[in-house]
Design a protein around this ligand. Structure first.
Ligand code: RP5
Length: 165
């Protein structure tokens, strides 16, 4: 974990979502940005959800990454309870491969926005990067870390494919 007061919250509906959401955490580690993680279920812990979202700004959070699967109401309900930016990550469900999660998160009514990412690992990683970009708007160190990440990524792309990469 990165030291310092977290400005990014990563929340998920269940422990079973962590293998996906940890990719958001991993990229924040790489950028050396502090974050917190919590299990907050829209259905099983609705009071925890309300308290988390309503107290988020006061506690110093600037942005929330919320991942859930199936009837994935967590990102939308968090957005309903805070005006902080919320990025939703659809977790790949067994039954419907995450299409249920995606459609549950993306179709928000006008007025309560959730920035919805791709299903699964790529969505979680990009939610982490977007959260970092929000923080970087007012933090030169975070902005420099994001630029360095992009440079490393570009430099890591080989020009020619190999058999056993
Ligand atoms: C959702 O239900 C969670 O976000 C999770 O993706 C899904 C299944 O939860 P578990 O039954 O694995 O706890 O609320």
């Amino acid at each position: 974990m990165v030291d310092g007061a977290p400005r990014i919250g990563i929340i998920m509906g269940s422990q079973s979502d962590w293998p996906t959401l940890r990719h958001a955490a991993q990229v924040l580690e790489e950028l050396d940005l502090a974050y917190e993680t919590r299990i907050v279920s829209a259905h099983r812990t609705p009071e925890r959800l309300r308290a988390y979202a309503q107290g988020a700004r006061e506690r110093g959070l600037q942005v929330i990454v919320a991942g859930a699967g199936g009837a994935a109401h967590l990102p939308g309900m968090v957005a309903a309870n805070t005006a902080l930016p919320v990025f939703g990550v659809p977790v790949e469900s067994q039954a419907l491969k995450g299409m249920d999660s995606l459609l549950s998160i993306v179709q928000m009514p006008g007025g309560i926005p959730v920035g919805t990412l791709a299903i699964g690992k790529a969505g979680a990683k990009n939610a982490g990067l977007l959260a970092a970009a929000v923080v970087a708007l007012q933090d030169a160190k975070a902005a420099a870390a994001l630029d360095a990440f992009r440079t490393r990524q570009t430099e890591g792309v080989a020009e020619v494919p190999v058999d056993d990469a």
